[in-house]
Design a protein around this ligand. Structure first.
Ligand code: SF4
Length: 389
């Protein structure tokens, strides 16, 4: 048995944790916490995971990496449970762990996450990720194709491209290729790949080729998760985001004309400093206007050394109440969207737990005995606990 890797936070962390499990397959006495620092709550959960792991494995070496290991370095290294921190930027380097470079083969997953980009060159006023992950850097096309080939050879049926600021992929490579070019390269190289998915993108950075692929390419899943953050222009300005509400609305409208089955997801922050009721209502109304059915709502929490932490704060109870309103609005949008799919056949990729995901990322309960990795056609007849069934 190899190292126990406990993963918190984003899909990028999840895909890196998968790599770490391969890298540390010989390290049975090791526990690794791959932490997150995107919100104060994420840091609280990181501490909780450290204490729990120490309780469960009192004799193991316990090492912490991930964004919290950067942003909360002093506090985490002072915890008696922690034996050491591994720099986030070095966590996939065998030398950082003093292990031999020889790597055990990666385990098969029906959906393979490939981290094609890391770090970020932007400076959104609420965000610590650039502190935790450093500047933006891209995996070259050849390396991405090698990774995809490895996962497909191991039986993965869907590839998910992930990163911190995915749409900035290529900006640091010769010729500055854009994400659309990478998507085309993958689809051209692997005609057998029926499902390619994008994790989260910044709508205003979508290049023309990528727009056409999202609009027309059947093998690129009709599911777009936008890092929107807010629906009010003045707040977007104070966040130092690079888009306006109108631009987000126009992008989605233009894509839905070309691909009506496109399902929208988005990140939204509730209670950003200086947010008044008018701004909150604008945030709320964006959900129905875009038809957000996969919404991630983050109650704002001040992060260390960020400009937003020095702005006038919204009282915590108000932040929580507004987050609850946003979540309720997403849930209502999602309920309508799920109900509209009853009676329509869906191509579902079966996963290990008897469920699977449709191309639009609807979650579907599958007939017993459906083998993981199979792509099956399902015509849902009802909704059971939020899943089509
Ligand atoms: S784009 Fe903004 S929110 Fe996203 S990681 Fe970069 S700084 Fe953070």
């Amino acid at each position: 048995m190899g190292a126990e890797v406990i993963s918190l936070g984003c899909r990028l962390n999840m895909s890196e944790s998968e790599e770490l499990r391969g890298l540390l397959a010989q390290e049975s006495d090791l526990v690794v916490i791959n932490s997150c620092a995107v919100t104060a709550e994420a840091v609280r959960q990181t501490r909780q995971a450290i204490r729990r792991a120490r309780r469960d494995r009192p004799d193991a070496r316990l090492l912490v990496t991930g964004c919290a290991a950067e942003v909360e370095r002093a506090a985490l290294s002072a915890m008696p449970e922690v034996d050491g921190l591994i720099a986030n930027v070095a966590k996939l380097d065998p030398r950082a762990w003093n292990v031999a470079p020889a790597r055990a083969e990666v385990r098969t997953h029906t959906r393979a996450f490939i981290a094609v980009q890391n770090g970020c060159d932007h400076a959104c006023t609420f965000c610590v990720i650039p502190q935790g992950r450093g500047p933006s850097r891209s995996l070259g096309v050849a390396a991405v194709l090698r990774d995809a080939e490895r996962h497909l050879a191991l039986g993965s049926r869907e590839v998910v491209l992930t990163g911190v600021d995915l749409t900035s992929w290529g900006q640091d490579l010769p010729g500055k290729p854009a994400l659309g070019a990478l998507v085309s390269a993958i689809l051209d190289a692997f005609p057998e790949l029926r499902r390619l998915r994008l994790s989260s993108v910044d709508g205003v950075e979508i290049d023309a080729d990528l727009f056409e692929l999202i609009a027309d390419e059947a093998r690129l899943m009709p599911h777009l998760h936008l890092s929107l953050q807010h629906g009010h222009d003045l707040i977007l300005k104070r966040m130092k985001r690079r888009h306006s509400r109108a631009q987000a609305v126009a992008l989605v409208a233009a894509l839905k004309v070309r691909r009506p089955e496109l399902a929208l997801g988005g990140d939204l922050i509730a209670g950003f400093p200086t947010e008044d009721e008018v701004a909150h209502q604008a945030n709320l109304s964006l959900i129905a206007e875009l038809g957000l059915v996969h919404g991630h709502v983050f109650p704002y929490s001040p992060r260390p050394a960020t400009p937003a932490a020095r702005m006038p704060q919204v009282p915590v109870p108000t932040v929580k109440a507004r987050a609850a309103e946003l979540r309720a609005a997403v849930a209502a949008e999602r309920a309508r969207w799920l109900a509209a799919q009853i009676g329509a056949p869906l191509e579902v990729l079966a996963e290990r737990d008897g469920t699977g995901h449709a191309p639009n990322f609807a979650w579907v309960l599958l007939p017993p005995g459906t083998e993981a990795g199979m792509i099956v056609t399902v015509t849902p007849t009802h909704i059971a606990e939020g899943l089509l069934a």
